[in-house]
Design a protein around this ligand. Sequence first.
Ligand code: SAM
Length: 236
Amino acid sequence: MDDLLRFSHDYHDKFEPNAYLSNYYNGTGDQVDLSRPAIYDLISAAPYAEEIIFAEYTEKNRQAVEAWQHKSPDSHDWLPYFKFVVQRLEGKESEDVFIREAELRKKISHILPCDIGWEDPVRWPTAWDSQQGSFDVVTTSLCLEVAVKSEQEYSNAIAKMRKYLKPGGYLAMHSALGENFYTSGKEKFHFFQVSQKLLQEILHKEGFGEVYMTSQADPTSEEPGGELYFVSAKVQ
Ligand SMILES: C[S@@+](CC[C@H](N)C(=O)[O-])C[C@H]1O[C@@H](n2cnc3c(N)ncnc32)[C@H](O)[C@@H]1O
């Protein structure tokens, strides 16, 4: 393990999607780890969304999602996660698992570059107008904290996601509290440490209400007291 701490700009050449996915998302059947779902929100969301736009910072990561979408033989196997959500959590039949997989593949209409540091964080197709106030739901998982280094930047990132939402829309976030770094492959990545209090204060400051939050100990945390959380918050 190289002890050098990596930051957002290092993701282009130091973050290997295969190493990350096999490290954190290698669940099989009943052993799926509920605390580490990667496209977790999209599996449940697929039946409710007309269209899903997937935005990701690095080209390699976008290619990994595209490979899954196009059933490339070397793409990551998310099937155990679909089984867990559709059968175990939703109580549906085994055939519904495959229907859901196909539905999500179809509903991801675009895979676009993004950088939460940009004023408008998604690079929309050139023919599109501003997407501010366009979406019912914006989701993000384990991303903001790798990209920001201060409370102000963290707050700005949440404000930018808020701008994409319609009045009454929801922000759904899954990430970690009380952690400063994580490792993937041989690399150690910066993670901006957030507390529950800070997150809730920022959500209220940025115009969200009806905040629902749940958390649990993070079994993969390399620091004591690390927790994973899920939060949903409604634009007021
Ligand atoms: C810990 S991984 C999380 C991946 C996945 N969302 C998950 O839940 O497992 C961190 C992600 O943040 C992305 N990222 C890094 N810098 C970013 C930035 N400036 N803006 C947006 N995303 C960024 C990386 O490309 C990587 O996909």
